[in-house]
Write a protein that binds this ligand. Structure first.
Ligand code: CP
Ligand code: NVA
Length: 296
């Protein structure tokens, strides 16, 4: 039987725009008041952090974040759970819900994360699937808000592979009045009908943009097609010429890890308009605010 009232945070679309803005305000408070702000929000609570794929930022920021909120983070690799030996997602959800107050999961299967949410009695947070990366989007919005003092009316040009990061950015942006334009070549574009404006022209995308956003050309799971992808995405590198075509005060975002010289030049990644290190730090603050919202 399904748990009666699952509270999930799967795609970002299950949380209203106003709630996102409140959450970002709270993240800013937590950033300023770190580590004391919210220090007992998760007191006595454990959070399972399941990673079926590699992670640096997400795993560490969640582990540190749960600890800073007074909770107990349990970092679990997918291959050390019975899930990897065929125990069902449903049974895993039923059992974990008896131990922990929330489940954060990075998985190669979006369907499994949705199922985990359906069968858990505790909140399930998507820490990246091939389709979505909502926690990244929260940090992206926090970075934009801090750099520009607000979100409504901003334009972000995402250039490269229309992937999980692009999709979640578009969903989250649309909820708070940020226009997201995705420039990707044929075969790499987001599905039409979603919240993003789609083009195959990077120059057109960055015109009037407040931020240019990049991600890897070869996501986790895409390794077999690496050469083909590099070839197909060659015209979609973020370089100084592209940056010069955006607004003069435009910032550069990248979810990281980056491959300087591939999807973004080192000059731009490490240049004065790059906000990527603040963006990476903001993962921590945004996720702490999310956990407090879900659990406190
Ligand atoms: N941006 C991001 O999610 O990084 P990790 O894969 O290191 O967690
Ligand atoms: N699109 C990338 C994001 C990594 C944080 C991937 O899925 O591998």
């Amino acid at each position: 039987m399904k748990a009666s009232a699952p509270r999930n945070y799967i795609t970002g679309s299950e949380i209203a725009g106003g709630r996102i803005v409140n959450l970002l305000d709270r993240a800013e408070e937590m950033k300023l008041g770190r580590p004391a702000e919210g220090a007992s929000a998760l007191s006595g609570k454990s959070v399972a952090l399941i990673f079926e794929k590699p992670s640096t930022r997400t795993r560490i920021s969640f582990e540190v974040g749960v600890a800073e909120l007074g909770g107990n983070p349990l970092v679990l690799r997918g291959d050390e759970m019975q899930l990897s030996r065929g125990e069902s997602v449903e049974d895993t959800a039923r059992v974990l819900s008896r131990y922990v107050s929330a489940i954060v999961i990075r998985s190669g299967s979006h369907e499994n994360v949705v199922k985990l949410g359906e069968y858990s009695g505790v909140p399930v947070v998507n820490a990246l699937t091939p389709e979505f990366h909502p926690c990244q989007a929260l940090a992206d919005l926090l970075t934009l808000k801090q750099r520009f003092g607000g979100l409504g009316g901003l334009k972000v040009a995402y250039v490269g592979d229309g992937n999980n990061v692009a999709r979640s950015l578009a969903v989250a942006g649309s909820l708070v009045g940020v226009e997201v334009v995705v420039a990707a070549p044929d075969g790499y574009q987001l599905e039409p009908g979603g919240p993003a404006i789609l083009t195959d022209d990077p120059l057109e995308a960055v015109h009037g943009a407040d931020a240019i956003y990049g991600d890897v050309w070869i996501s986790m799971g895409d390794e077999e097609a690496a050469d083909q992808r590099r070839n197909d995405l060659e015209g979609f590198r973020i370089d100084a010429d592209l940056l010069a075509a955006a607004k003069a005060e435009a910032i550069v975002l990248h979810c990281l890890p980056a491959h300087p010289g591939e999807e973004i030049t080192a000059e731009v990644l490490y240049g004065p308009q790059s906000a990527v290190w603040d963006q990476a730090e903001n993962r921590l603050h945004a996720q702490k605010a999310l956990l407090e919202y879900l659990l406190a």
